[in-house]
Design a protein. Structure first.
Length: 374
């Protein structure tokens, strides 16, 4: 099936690379609506360096040792022929030359969502739906150690029981998820850069606070991310390779429902429904109005035919684990997992922080899916 994606909030899936003003030049450009937008031009510094004469090369090498080096100040007329790609700058705070921007994953300098990221989110949704009181009790008895850390070997066996055949020596060999293929999405040309703060739960009525290390100014700690911005539309293909004879031989016939596309839509809907409801309660408890407004609207958009799903950086503990299902079924086991994961005790809801864009005050990573025949 072909699956269309509508991006509901900025998505960041990192490449693992970061860059500073030594690799970009700030500029402005006219939008399709005739407005002026701030942009940055990411440069091919290696090619640019090769084009310089020897004296200029020496100057550039010397200046690059300065953490506050700005390529645009070094050469205000650097040719556009060295531009790798252009990014829309939606940051509310000025990006200083030494501040790093986390690069988004790309192919040929264009952004996409890897199929592995989508498939990983789907697998978590499947697991969330499969968990019941019996399996949660099994987690408590067999997977959590006396000090509440996860026993990896036992966790592997637990996952094997859900996703693999009893005949399989290991989970990796006969995992039902191998028969579900999810392609990478198509690409978009330009990333949008946001400055992202971490909003913290606070018991001050009608107030909330941002994570900050500066006790005098209370300026929030910001991270700068390349993202696929809200409103973009992408697509990918999802395929279920069911073969009766192969499944029978591998002992997977009783697992086939896990990768049925109709079931997957329902799994995603149910998982996201619980996540959204939890975020609504969190935003109400701590009077974070903009988060509450976002999630109330998202709740209306989520449906079985067009479910919403969270992917990428900033998704958080609850969106990437089945912790919420455990919390809803047994608070004591969830508390053990929380202690084993974070180790600290506090009175706030866990997790007590959320990553939010400064522009638009949006949480990261929400998309909406719509399925159709290829």
């Amino acid at each position: 099936m072909k699956c269309n994606i509508k991006v509901l909030s900025p998505i960041h899936i990192g490449s693992g690379e970061k860059y500073t003003a030594s690799e970009y030049v700030k500029s402005k450009a006219k939008t399709n609506k005739g407005n002026i937008s701030n942009i940055i031009k990411r440069m091919d510094v290696s090619s640019y360096f090769s084009s310089l004469d020897e004296n200029k090369k020496d100057d550039l090498l010397r200046d690059l040792s300065n953490p506050n080096f700005n390529l645009g100040n070094f050469d205000s007329r650097i040719s556009n022929s060295y531009v790798k790609y252009k990014a829309i700058d939606k940051t509310k705070k000025e990006i200083y030359p030494s501040q790093e921007i986390a690069e988004a994953i790309k192919t040929l300098n264009e952004l996409y969502i890897p199929g592995s990221s989508i498939k990983g989110a789907i697998k978590t949704a499947i697991l969330f739906n499969e968990l019941d009181g019996r399996l949660i009790s099994k987690i408590s008895k067999n997977i959590l150690s006396d000090n509440d850390s996860v026993i990896k070997k036992n966790y592997g066996r637990f996952m094997k029981d859900i996703f693999a055949s009893n005949k399989a020596p290991t989970l990796a060999q006969w995992d039902i998820m191998k028969f579900l293929q999810v392609s990478d999405t198509n690409t978009i040309k330009s990333p949008t850069i946001y400055d992202v703060a971490t909003v913290m739960a606070s018991f001050k009525w009608g107030d909330n606070e941002f994570y900050s290390k500066n006790k005098r100014t209370h300026e929030p700690i910001l991270i700068y991310l390349e993202t696929i911005s809200r409103g973009n539309k992408l697509s990918f293909e999802i395929r279920n390779h069911y073969d009766y004879d192969i499944f029978k031989r591998l002992g997977l016939d009783d697992k086939k429902h896990l990768i049925d596309i109709k079931n997957i839509k329902r799994y995603i809907f149910n998982f996201s429904k619980s996540l959204i409801r939890n975020e609504i309660e969190f935003s109400e408890d701590y009077e974070i109005d903009y988060l509450n407004k976002f999630y109330l609207n998202l709740e209306k958009q989520n449906s079985i035919d067009n479910p919403v799903l969270r992917v990428g950086g900033g998704s958080g503990f609850l969106a990437t684990t089945v912790g919420l299902k455990i919390k809803d079924n047994d608070e004591r086991i969830f508390e053990r997992i929380r202690k084993g994961t974070r180790g600290k005790t506090y009175d706030y809801s866990f997790p007590k922080s959320r990553k939010i864009t400064q522009d638009g005050e949006m949480p990261l990573g929400w998309i909406q899916l719509s399925f159709g025949e290829v």
